[in-house]
Design a protein around this ligand. Structure first.
Ligand SMILES: Cc1ncc(COP(=O)(O)O)c(C=O)c1O
Length: 400
């Protein structure tokens, strides 16, 4: 079948909940992907940062095949010889006492919200059903009913009410607004250290540190959603590390599955996750042996191949070179590590137009909101490939 036939079929019978670029991929290797017509592209999206280790990483593939041929699913009704080791390795890596495994990012966020509420009722003694959680405007934490209830994006929420109560939204980057919003019923503050989906929005230096201080002072849990920013993406293992901050609840997903398998997790110390009792929460697939084996190898690859360090080095170069592009179409270039956004001016047209032009040049990037092109290649990318991409990006931003 040719590209056009796949596209027509997909459009005819699939719900149109995405607006993909019209490229039909069939194979991936490292930073590169190939379409059904034999064209080669540099993946500059990495499935929204789920492919930090690159496409079809051979070590993770091997771990997946080995585990898939032995034992894939036990449910949590029984134990497996993979889960305990996954727990040990991820808690050692992150420095938290305990972990709760899930599948998708949104499920891990939901889990964190539940855990924070339970901590609020049991430990902070907030009156039942009065718990409040503070979030930031422009947030993106997933697509469940409760999560979209506190989105500030009309398209994500307006047709999907009634919404879940108990969330208060404050401007991102404004610590004093956040402090004012705290009440005796506040159990948690949930933030992305850098807002990826809303356009690679980086808060002012010291913001997260101030939020941490406010949370500590007011006995409120600081919850960091590092599903997109975590696991090396921004040039540190976690983006909260830029402000030297340790969250009370760390939420991970995406690259935890190495691009092979949905694996997410909530990490926290005993005083929080220790409150969860049998029956409080669960998932048939969460923590299954295949997921655990894949996540274990994905973390090992990340550490042993020094992908965080590479993201810092290549990201700095990529950002610096992009910032030097002298085009009236560019409003701002911003980023950290290999999470970079180019905001194009309104006069220059929509970001989508540039993503389509980049595709023709062999680069797959995706707009986020109307004006921002996000560049987030696998963390395995090298300098020569970045130079190759820069030539194309310059051309597209100068010509179109
Ligand atoms: C910060 C953040 N949180 C949560 C999610 C939701 O993850 P998932 O799509 O796996 O449910 C995303 C996805 O883009 C995200 O970027």
């Amino acid at each position: 079948m040719k590209s056009q036939e796949y596209i027509e079929l997909e459009e005819r019978i699939g719900a149109h909940n995405y607006h993909p670029l019209d490229v039909v991929l069939t194979r991936g290797e490292g930073v590169w992907v190939y379409d059904v017509d034999g064209n080669k592209y540099l993946d500059c999206l990495s499935s929204y940062s789920a492919l930090n280790q690159g496409h079809v990483h051979p070590r993770i593939l091997k771990a997946l095949i080995e585990q898939a041929s032995k034992l894939t699913l036990t449910s949590r009704a029984f134990r497996s010889d993979q889960l305990a080791l996954f727990y040990k390795e991820i808690t050692e890596l992150t420095g938290y006492d305990m972990v709760l495994p899930m599948n998708s990012g949104a499920e891990a966020v939901e889990t964190a919200l539940k855990v924070a509420r339970k901590w609020g009722y049991v430990s902070k003694k907030v009156p039942r059903n009065k718990a409040e959680i503070i979030v930031a405007e422009g947030n993106f934490h997933g697509r469940t009913i409760s999560i979209i209830s506190f989105s500030s994006e009309p398209a994500y929420k307006d047709d999907f009410g009634p919404h879940t109560p108990g969330f208060i939204s404050v401007p991102f980057g404004d610590a004093s607004a956040l402090e004012k919003a705290i009440t005796p019923n506040t159990v948690g503050v949930m933030l992305e250290p850098i807002q990826g989906e809303s356009g690679v929005n980086i808060p002012p230096d010291g913001y997260l540190k101030k939020v941490r201080e406010i949370c500590t002072k007011t006995n409120t849990l600081f919850m960091a959603d590092e599903i997109q920013t975590g696991l090396g993406r921004t040039g540190k293992l976690f983006a909260t590390m830029y402000d030297d901050v340790r969250a009370d609840i760390l939420i991970l997903g995406k690259a935890l599955g190495g691009g092979f398998y949905p694996v997410s997790a909530v990490l926290a110390d005993n005083f929080v996750l220790g409150l969860i009792k049998p029956g409080d929460h669960g998932s048939t697939f969460g923590g299954n042996p295949l997921a655990a084996a894949v996540a274990r190898e994905s973390l090992k690859v990340l550490i042993e191949e020094k992908l965080t360090e590479n993201a810092a080095i290549q990201g700095e170069y990529f950002l610096e070179q992009l910032s030097e592009i002298n085009s009236p179409k560019i409003k701002e270039v911003r980023g950290r590590g290999l999470l970079i956004g180019i905001e194009v001016t309104k006069e220059a047209g929509k970001a989508r137009k540039y993503c389509e032009a980049l595709m023709k040049e062999g680069i797959l990037a995706k707009e986020t909101h109307e004006q921002i092109i996000r560049f987030a290649p696998p963390l395995t990318i090298d300098r020569a490939t970045i130079d190759w991409a820069l030539d194309k990006i310059r051309k597209v931003l100068m010509e179109n």
